[in-house]
Design a protein around this ligand. Structure first.
Ligand code: AQP
Length: 332
């Protein structure tokens, strides 16, 4: 009998236009997983609304994120591609799990502390509950592995705790998910503050490269990227700006930092930055063309997200029904 493939769940929030960080840290790695695993790749729109969104922008970005997944090489036949809000089981399971999540667990989350600090008095309860919704996303699909960046580790830990808590309180129901650590896929840093992660919700557009940025904009942003006064291309924590640009090259080309350093011996930052920009442009140009083509064919995208939601709902509902029954809710 053929071994059942392990399940992977991952998603990106359409909370801003996607960055090179999302592309190199998440999407490019997903492409390598699609043959070996049973993958659910979701556009997590319900997560995006934990901070205020302009409705028209959210709609545009949700479709664009789906188009970027496909344009980057995620096969919509091999994988399940869907929009989170199209599978209501996510919200329902999230509530059931919320009732066994402790306030302390949520308020201790670093991402909650960071994001809520910027919000003054208008912190939504959704922002606090975000990790429980993420746990529901993962647990509904009997997920074995979750590709996570360092920033998401704490949230995955909660998903594991909630799965174990539920399994112990009732009977074994959930697979307890493990983190999937990719062998490549660096953490891409902010171009202006290279000790911070590149983030799509940053207020400074020079701090990130967007997947859909034009070649001129990419050249400008890379030429303005903060480096240092050392003037030598080295891969060291003392030169975080240069290190980040090397990481970008390596994530695109699949090469080692030492090789990049070697090829820039005796050259200055101007040459180096010029090459970094061209490498990014070469990588993104075909993706951008495909995204534009897909966005011009909304019926095709609709077909994909509808089929995806159907496939996802089938699995998610089975898990949700189990949860409801075990908790003591009367089956309908
Ligand atoms: N800078 C990054 N380097 C490597 N990986 C990154 N990811 C995000 N930024 C980087 C990876 O992208 C996936 C989805 O991220 P998300 O959109 O769900 O949320 P996020 O991690 O909070 O990303 P942003 O861009 O920082 O969003 P905002 O600004 O809205 O909070 C994850 O796999 C993440 O590791």
């Amino acid at each position: 009998m053929e071994d059942k493939k392990k399940v992977i769940f991952s998603g990106i929030q359409p909370s801003g236009d996607l960055t090179l960080g999302n592309y190199l840290g998440a999407i490019k790695n997903w492409i390598k997983l699609q043959d070996q695993y049973d993958c659910f790749f979701c556009v997590v729109d319900l997560h995006a609304i934990t901070v205020k969104q302009v409705p028209a922008d959210l709609r545009r970005r949700t479709l664009e994120v789906l188009a970027i997944y496909i344009a980057s090489g995620i096969d919509c036949d091999k994988n399940t591609l869907f929009i989170q809000s199209h599978v209501p089981a996510h919200s329902e399971a999230s509530w059931l799990l919320t009732c066994s999540t402790y306030m302390g667990e949520l308020s201790r989350m670093t991402q909650f502390k960071d994001k809520s600090q910027k919000m003054g008095d208008s912190i939504s309860a959704g922002l606090l509950n975000y990790p429980t919704l993420m746990a529901a996303d993962i647990l509904l699909y009997n997920t074995n592995l979750v590709p996570v960046g360092k920033d998401q580790k704490q949230h995955l830990e909660l998903a594991r705790d909630l799965a174990q808590r539920f399994n112990n309180a009732y009977s074994p129901t959930f697979v307890v998910p493990e983190p999937y650590i990719a062998d490549t896929g660096a953490k891409i840093m902010d171009l202006q503050e290279p000790t911070k992660k590149m983030s799509k919700s940053s207020d400074n557009p020079n701090s990130f490269i967007l997947i859909m940025d034009s070649p001129e904009v990419i050249r400008k942003k890379i030429s303005r990227a903060v480096t240092d006064s050392i003037g030598v291309v080295n891969y060291t924590n003392d030169q975080p700006g240069v290190k980040n640009l090397i990481d970008i090259i390596c994530a695109i080309k699949g090469c080692a930092p030492e090789d990049v350093v070697k090829s820039y011996q005796g050259k200055g930052y101007a040459d180096f930055k010029k090459d970094v920009a061209e490498i990014i442009i070469e990588e993104l140009t075909p993706v951008q063309a495909k995204v534009k083509e897909l966005l011009g064919n909304k019926n095709y995208l609709e077909d994909i997200y509808k089929k995806g939601a159907e496939k996802a709902s089938y699995v998610a509902l089975k898990t949700l029904r189990k949860m409801q029954k075990k908790i003591g809710l009367i089956p309908r």
